[in-house]
Ligand binder design. Structure first.
Ligand code: HAM
Length: 436
């Protein structure tokens, strides 16, 4: 018989497997709850947008647009792109629908054709937070404080460092770039071809050079903070003053410029040394010119996006979550299942908070009890021929030393379970283990 080769996932596009989803949900729920408490509203955006949106916003001369976008023509010959990030789409939606909400968030998959490695995927997930119409540094500070509180709630604040910089206005960057290019040319060194291309097309990007010789050299290069215009400087001072008052620590990194072209003034990244090469877990900044670039008029904006896959990797080092049922129902004997399921459905109605797994498929009492034990359940409800005839259930405690058994009538089982779980507050179906 001819067997077809099995099909695998695409490179850099991972499945999130059942043993991982519990922690993902915990992370998502913690973050979305926090966003609500800060007054942010969720927006859900399409995965596909017109390619022009990203070319006009992220910048045609960025690596992202030049090399990493998943672009293709649709059946009508229109160039469309799988979103590589959410800021542009969020701004497009806000403009298009004339929204007045000034605090928004979104989350979901993003797509970049990068070389996959740990923490860098072709399909990855972001939670993005965007604010609109607030020109002062108060909102930049709020976003950073919110991001910091997210780390605190998830218990990873000690692993993350805030890198902060201001890249001023258009004029600042033009002046700075001219000086930087001149300074590098004056060093009279042969540049790596990628750096040579950057220096010509988008000189700020040279600060992100991967070439170690260039990185070393850049330590002595001019710094953008020395070129800031007065307004940008006082904006930056104001931001630092608020952060200092809130005891949020940061490291000024004069070489932090970000890879997307829409930023001005504040830029920041939260980095970690716990994830190897891909250390940026969250990043953002101010992008006051983007609305106008997309035909949305003069609306200043500021935001950030968390790389959820990286945050997950960080969390995984500290938290283990298991989906453990409260009850595993053991059903044995002919024609017992219909009776058992009717009883269990009544328990579910009485106690919607309890998680109950029903055994499906045959199996001896012994093998089913083994499965019950392996599931991590706290109780096994055993229903066989004798129990059905007597209108009762056998309850076995699986997590106590003596594995005590009780006989409880069908009529009283809901009340019995109520009393049992009050006396033994094993709590959640989720057992959270915090490692030191
Ligand atoms: P970004 O720096 O391109 O910014 O991405 C934000 C975060 O997404 C990164 O810090 C990283 O954690 C994660 N990330 C990026 N690429 C990958 C990848 N290939 N695999 C895994 N994780 C990745 C933006 O996207 C901006 N839209 C952020 C923003 C929002 N600025 C203002 N508002």
């Amino acid at each position: 018989m001819h067997i077809e080769p099995s099909i695998h996932n695409l490179r850099g596009m991972s499945d999130i497997l059942p043993h991982e989803t519990q922690l993902w949900r915990y992370m998502d729920n913690t973050l979305s709850t926090l966003l609500t408490t800060y007054g942010y509203s969720e927006i859900r955006l399409p995965l596909l947008e017109s390619s022009a949106l990203f070319e006009r916003s992220i910048g045609a001369a960025t690596e992202l647009v030049e090399k990493e976008m998943y672009c293709f023509d649709d059946r009508n010959g229109m160039s469309i792109t799988l979103r590589p990030e959410g800021t542009a789409g969020c701004m497009r939606a806000r403009t298009q629908h004339g929204l007045h909400d000034n605090r928004l968030w979104y989350h979901g998959p993003m797509f970049r054709y990068e070389r996959p490695q740990q923490g860098r995927m072709r399909q990855f997930h972001q939670l993005g937070v965007e604010t609109f119409g607030m020109p002062d540094a108060d909102i930049d500070a709020e976003l950073i404080a919110l991001n910091y509180r997210m780390w605190q709630q998830l218990g990873v604040d000690a692993q993350l460092t805030l890198q902060l910089n201001s890249i001023g206005n258009q004029h600042t960057r033009e002046n700075y770039c001219a000086q930087l290019v001149q300074w590098i040319r004056d060093q009279a060194i042969t540049l790596h071809p990628t750096d040579e291309a950057r220096l010509t097309a988008n000189p700020l990007r040279i600060l992100d050079s991967k070439d170690t010789a260039m990185q070393k050299l850049l330590h002595d290069a001019p710094q953008i903070t020395d070129f800031l215009d007065d307004d940008s400087r006082s904006h930056f001072d104001q931001l630092r003053h608020i952060l200092d008052n809130a005891s949020i620590r940061y490291r000024i990194n004069p070489y932090l410029v970000r890879g997307l072209d829409y930023y001005n003034r504040t830029v920041f990244e939260w980095t970690t040394t716990h994830l190897g090469a891909q250390g940026a877990v969250s990043a953002g900044g101010r992008y006051d010119g983007l609305a106008a670039q997309l035909g949305g008029g003069d609306v200043c904006a500021c935001g950030f996006a968390i790389g959820l896959d990286r945050l997950y990797l960080l969390l995984k080092q500290h938290i283990e979550l298991h989906n453990v049922p409260h009850i595993y129902t053991v059903v044995f004997g002919d024609d017992i299942f219909a009776h058992a399921m009717a009883q269990i459905e009544q328990i579910r109605t009485a106690h919607p908070e309890l998680s109950i797994v029903m055994h499906c498929g045959d199996g001896s009492l012994k093998s089913q009890l083994k499965k019950a034990d392996k599931s991590g359940a706290i109780l096994a409800l055993i229903i066989g021929q004798n129990e059905m005839t007597a209108r009762e259930m056998t309850v076995r405690e699986l997590r106590t030393e003596k594995s005590t058994q009780h006989t409880v009538s069908d009529a009283h089982i809901a009340q019995w379970l109520n009393d049992y779980f009050i006396r033994h507050p094993f709590g959640n179906t989720i057992h959270k283990k915090l490692l030191q």
